[in-house]
Write a protein that binds this ligand. Structure first.
Ligand code: UD1
Ligand code: UDP
Length: 358
């Protein structure tokens, strides 16, 4: 079986790592990097750290408006798919690279498999929501992380080719979560002690592209009693600069802006933080898996189970609400297994084999 995997953004490298390992045991993978993320800290460091094979093709699309970026990907993917003639194309998550991979393949009548299908925020203002809905409906096979995702698809009439396989980020975490001694070393490098700090990641367009919202978030974080490590996504750093908020963030001794973390460092710091504050989908999930309380700087989430279980709280961008939540973080007693047993990659490969194996 020959599978083309399309990746382009940080969370997709992280999800591709376990799939690539499982796939390459007995099949051919053609790995395509769209070039959506290109800074070393956003791309190459994950390939190096996670041993992801070098992409067979890098489309070097880079940044741009949604139409430009997605359009360039389509233009560059089509001839590649025609040349490589894969048995199926695999896409992950909800980025512009996901949409372009799914659309290019579907138009060429190449079967599409979508990993992390069926997630919904029901907020069509998010670019990711449009990408998810379109990718799910273009796909022949939808691999769902949760029952909620299966139900979301059912409500939209997508029932054929839907497989509940658990979440592939559990596989990634199991492969790369450092041992306690290595975690302690990483904490030492950042000069923090377990439980004494918070980890913040903010990058969603709806939070970073508005001066008011980003300002509210910086104000709330600045009022924390605990040190906050804030690995800044390049989008966030650019907006902090252009909105004149960088000095305010930099002046606050409790808020420490740092470059984007490697995956291993991200897991180590999340696992030992008092809490994480985020608008990332992946980080909400990882915080749960690592039993670290999470405050989500949004008013809705796709990962509803983390909220229902009490480990994740939606705090929006309200300064008071964030500050209050920071003072009282909950650590519920129960911790149900929400995202499968870490064998998701194997399950996906077995299913692809049944459908597309020759
Ligand atoms: C994208 C995804 C988002 C995902 C996130 C993961 C879309 C619509 N959004 O958002 O769902 O959660 O990736 O991190 O696909 N930039 C750099 N260097 C880079 C990459 C980006 O400087 O290596 C800057 C550029 O100014 C760029 C901006 O960040 O315009 C935004 O990048 P882009 O890939 O368009 O979206 P993300 O915010 O990263
Ligand atoms: N992550 C990382 N370094 C960072 C911030 C996040 O390695 O500085 C990892 C994090 O551990 C998770 C993934 O990136 O595995 C989440 O990706 P991101 O937040 O970029 O996108 P989203 O999940 O929101 O689409």
């Amino acid at each position: 079986m020959k599978i083309m995997t399309v990746v382009g953004a940080r969370p997709q490298f992280i999800k591709a790592a376990p799939l690539s390992r499982a796939l390459r045991k007995s099949h051919r993978e053609v790995l395509v990097h769209t070039g959506q993320h290109y800074d070393r800290a956003m791309s190459q460091q994950f390939f190096d750290q996670m041993g992801i094979p070098r992409p067979d093709h890098n489309l070097e699309v880079g940044s741009g408006s949604h139409g430009l970026q997605t359009g360039q990907m389509l233009i560059r993917l089509e001839p590649l798919m025609l040349k490589e003639k894969p048995d199926a194309v695999v896409v992950f998550g909800d980025t512009n690279s996901t949409l372009a991979g799914a659309l290019a393949a579907a138009k060429l009548h190449i079967p599409v498999a979508h990993i992390e299908a069926g997630m919904r925020s029901f907020n069509r203002l998010m670019p990711e929501e449009l990408n998810r809905v379109a990718a799910d409906h273009l796909s022949d096979v939808n691999f769902c992380s949760t029952r909620t995702a299966v139900m979301n698809l059912k409500r939209e009439g997508v029932t054929g080719g839907v497989h509940l396989v658990g979440d592939i980020m559990v596989d990634s975490l199991n492969l790369f979560l450092p041992e306690p001694a290595a975690s302690a070393e990483i904490l030492g490098e950042y000069g923090v002690a377990p439980g004494s700090f918070l980890l913040a990641t903010i990058h969603r367009a709806e939070n970073t592209d508005s001066r008011k919202r980003l300002g509210e978030i910086v104000s709330a974080l600045s009022r924390s009693d605990y040190l906050i490590l804030f690995p800044a996504h390049p989008r966030t750093l650019a907006r902090l600069k252009s909105f004149g908020l960088l000095a305010r963030a930099g002046d606050c001794e409790k808020l420490r802006l740092i470059p984007p973390l490697g995956y291993v460092e991200s897991l180590a710091l999340q696992s030992r933080a008092r809490a994480v504050i985020t608008d990332s989908g992946g980080v909400q999930k990882e915080a749960y898996l690592l039993r670290t309380p999470c405050l989500t700087v949004r008013t809705e989430t796709e990962w509803v189970e983390t909220v229902e279980s009490g480990w994740n709280r939606l705090v929006g961008v309200d300064r008071e609400k964030i500050a209050r939540a920071l003072r009282r973080v909950a650590r519920p007693r129960s911790h149900p297994r929400l995202y499968g047993n870490g064998k998701t990659a194997e399950r996906i490969v077995a299913c692809l084999e049944r459908r597309f194996g020759r």
